[in-house]
Each structure stands twice: as structure tokens, then as C-alpha cells.
Design a protein around this ligand. Structure first.
Ligand code: GRF
Length: 198
């Protein structure tokens, strides 16, 4: 199965997935889709020998046109799974319809708590004693789709955003490849909001 990873920034989750799948015959990361020319993720893809496509929203009149360009690239590479990994855009409804139940996302908190783009800091500021990581299917609403895997971690009294983010990243780099493997092996069955791992 050919996998596409979508990135806007650092790309450490891309790296974790690509490295992990090297020893996994049935799937490979065939494409990185990136919307930010300055993203370090592009450099990582180059080094990992993964094809990249840079698609910038500003070069298109509408979100539909922007996403149609991405879909054309995905179809060319016969992509069967899309992993959003620090991709800082909401995926549009047409895109989701085309790849329904084939798009995963990773979120640095225990959903449905602390949705949105500042989840690590939000959990810290809220005074939560635990937070964690969630891998979920993507649907039309941000951070809402059916949950595949979650792992909790303790927030320490002296944690800063950086120290907490670092421990969260370490978990992400284990959890995301695990979810990808489960998907590729056909072990995820969705029933409504619930994902059964068989
Ligand atoms: C991760 O913390 C992920 O949970 C969130 O964005 C961050 C991306 O990090 N969605 P990286 O670009 O993979 O290093």
C-alpha cells in the first residue's frame, strides 16, 4: 500500500512513520504532500528518498482547486492511506468524501479534550494532570473522527510547554506507526464512532 504523509512543519512524525515502515513489506511512504516551502519536513523527505510535492494554497483561487491538485498527485501515486502529520489545514469535505476512512491524524492531547492547534499548551495552562496522544480517523470536523489509539502521560508540576511537547512527541513516534500498521493490515473496523482493533 502506498502512503502519503501531509506536513507543514518539522516532520518528525513523517520521519517516524517512514523509518518504521522500512521493515514492513506491505506498505511504504510513497509521497509527502507539503504546503509550506520552508518546512523542514521537505528536507527530511529528500534525505529519506521520498518523493515530495509542494502545493501552496496561495497559488489557487479556491480550496477546492487547491485540493484537486493534491488529489491528482495522490491518484498518480495510487495512494491508499493518507497520514496528516502536523499539516496545518482543515481538509475539505470533497477531499474527505474521496478518501473516506483513509485519512488519519495525530493529535497531541487526549481527544476530545484540548482540540485545536495549541493542545500541548492548552492542557498545561488548564492545569490538567494528564494529557497524551490520540491517533484518529479524519472526518469533516477538526479533531473529531473515530479514535484508533490513545496513550496518556502525566503532566509534571514543573513541566514547560517544551518539556511536555518533547515527551508527547516521543509517544507520537511510537503510536502513529503502530496505527498505520494496523490500518495497512486491515485490522481496523469502524462502527459509528468506535474503532474495533481485530
Ligand atoms: C505533532 O505534535 C502532532 O501531534 C501535531 O503536530 C505536531 C507535528 O509535529 N498534529 P511534527 O511536524 O511531526 O514534528
Amino acid at each position: 500500500m502506498n502512503i502519503a504523509v501531509f506536513c507543514s512543519g518539522n516532520g518528525s512524525n513523517f520521519q517516524a512513520i517512514a523509518d518504521n515502515l522500512k521493515s514492513f513489506q506491505p506498505a511504504k511512504v510513497a509521497l509527502m504532500v507539503c504546503d509550506n516551502p520552508k518546512a523542514y519536513a521537505l528536507e527530511r523527505a529528500k534525505r529519506a528518498g521520498v518523493k515530495t510535492v509542494l502545493v501552496e494554497r496561495k497559488n489557487f483561487n479556491s480550496k477546492d482547486e487547491y485540493e484537486a491538485k493534491i488529489i491528482a498527485n495522490l491518484e498518480q501515486e495510487q495512494i491508499g492511506l493518507i497520514c496528516l502529520a502536523g499539516y496545518m489545514r482543515l481538509v475539505g469535505p470533497k477531499f474527505i468524501k474521496r478518501y473516506r476512512h483513509k485519512i488519519l491524524n495525530i493529535h497531541p492531547a487526549l481527544l476530545p479534550a484540548f482540540k485545536g492547534t495549541h493542545a500541548v499548551l492548552d492542557a498545561l495552562d488548564y492545569g490538567a494532570k494528564v494529557s497524551g496522544v490520540t491517533v484518529h480517523f479524519v472526518d469533516e470536523e477538526m479533531d473529531r473522527g473515530p479514535i484508533i489509539l490513545q496513550q496518556a502521560l502525566e503532566i509534571k508540576a514543573d513541566d514547560t510547554e517544551d518539556s511536555l511537547a518533547e515527551r508527547i512527541h516521543r509517544i507520537e513516534h511510537q503510536l502513529y506507526p503502530e496505527a498505520v500498521r494496523l490500518f495497512v493490515e486491515g485490522k481496523l473496523k469502524i462502527a459509528g464512532r468506535k474503532v474495533k482493533i481485530c
